[in-house]
Write a protein that binds this ligand. Structure first.
Ligand SMILES: [Fe+2]
Length: 370
């Protein structure tokens, strides 16, 4: 096992040319952070002026994005704003700090503006115009944006099409006045369908224990702007950890609160230990097992953006909730390596935290059904 986000080879080296997306991303002229994890998106980052957006920014380029989803960070100075933009890839925004407003409009349509703050989540509808404004004269705004740009650029291989297509996707957005009001609809499988989450850090979550962490584990899935991307917010208690599982690439996981670590590993290879706290962002690479551990004094809440919704199937995530006993990709507690519990217990001791007796949480989560 190695500490803290070091790169390891995932397998035999495959030589290929940079993809169309990677070539475009390099031409944008802002830093690409790379690696397995960024320890704090709210802290010091090597942001650089981004001409297209009119504000400083950087691509995350995390290894686990793998030409599937990528992310970037932008910072809007006090009283500043971004350039108006529209494009043919989906985006999901998380406001990391600050407050402000976004104006959205269709070509030739009426502009509408909604306000946001730290913890807000929203998705400008596909190919709609969007412009963001900092509402403070003192504090900068910092936003994380996860996007489908890699897939879209690589499918069409046309920068002109990405930025100059005038099609209005009116089945997603046709200028509805209350589109960003925060209203929503609760659906099966813990789904909340809405176009604006005012504050994901305090959003009321529902019982979600089949991924482990005991009966107090909670989650809600978000489907926004009729996107192909989905996101979810989950929380698990002090002194517990979740079951390992694996799936396709692209899931970007932002820690909202709590401290702990995650183990990530490719089957048969050494485990990578990633320490995290509020503001950490990481992305498990394609089919790497990953497992989250809460070793801090408070519940840990995270927000993850990925493909696959209740109505749009992108089969990166099939079987991630099904036990390996029945051909799936979730490891039951009873089946995991002994070192998992040893590492967790050692980390709890190092933090001076009391482990929660295993029979109070680890064994009240039955193995997953098929
Ligand atoms: Fe996952």
């Amino acid at each position: 096992m190695s500490e803290g986000g070091q790169r390891v080879p995932a397998g035999p080296a495959v030589k290929r040319e940079p993809s169309f997306y990677e070539q475009w991303r390099a031409r944008e002229g802002v830093p690409i952070l790379g690696g397995l994890i960024v320890s704090d998106l709210r802290g010091e980052l090597p942001l650089r002026s981004w001409a297209r957006k009119g504000v400083p920014g950087a691509f995350l380029g995390l290894r686990g994005g793998e030409q599937s989803l990528d992310a970037y960070v932008i910072e809007i100075p006090p009283t500043g704003n971004t350039e108006p933009e529209k494009y043919m890839f989906e985006e999901e925004y998380v406001v990391l700090s600050g407050r402000g407003a976004t104006t959205i409009w269709l070509p030739g349509g009426r502009k509408q503006t909604f306000e946001w703050q730290t913890g807000s989540v929203f998705c400008p509808p596909l190919n709609a115009w969007r412009q963001h404004f900092n509402g403070s004269a003192e504090e900068p705004v910092r936003m994380l944006v996860v996007s489908t740009a890699p897939v879209m650029f690589n499918l069409f291989r046309s920068e002109g099409y990405m930025f100059n297509c005038d099609h209005a996707f009116e089945d997603r957005f046709s200028g509805e006045e209350d589109y960003f009001s925060g209203k929503g609809e609760a659906l099966p499988n813990l789904v909340w369908r809405s176009n604006f989450i005012p504050d994901v850090t305090s959003f009321t979550l529902k019982d979600y224990s089949w991924r482990g962490g005991g009966s107090e584990s909670k989650a809600v899935m978000f489907e926004m702007a009729n996107n192909t991307m989905q996101s979810h917010c989950a929380e698990f208690p002090v002194g517990t950890y979740k079951k390992a599982h694996r799936h396709g690439p692209g899931a970007h996981i932002l820690i909202l609160s709590g401290t702990g670590f995650s183990l990530m590993w490719e089957e048969g290879r050494s485990k990578q230990k990633l320490d995290w706290g509020p503001g950490s962002l990481f992305a498990p690479p394609d089919m790497w097992f990953h497992q989250h551990f809460n070793t801090g004094p408070e519940p840990s809440r995270y927000f993850a953006v990925h493909y696959g919704t209740w109505r749009v199937v992108v089969d990166y995530f099939g079987a991630a909730d099904t036990s390996t006993r029945t051909g799936g990709h979730q490891i039951e507690y009873e089946d995991e390596d002994e070192e998992i519990l040893e590492v967790f217990s050692a980390e709890l001791r190092r933090n001076g935290a009391e482990p929660r007796p295993l029979d109070l949480w680890r064994y009240d989560t039955p193995p997953a059904e098929t």
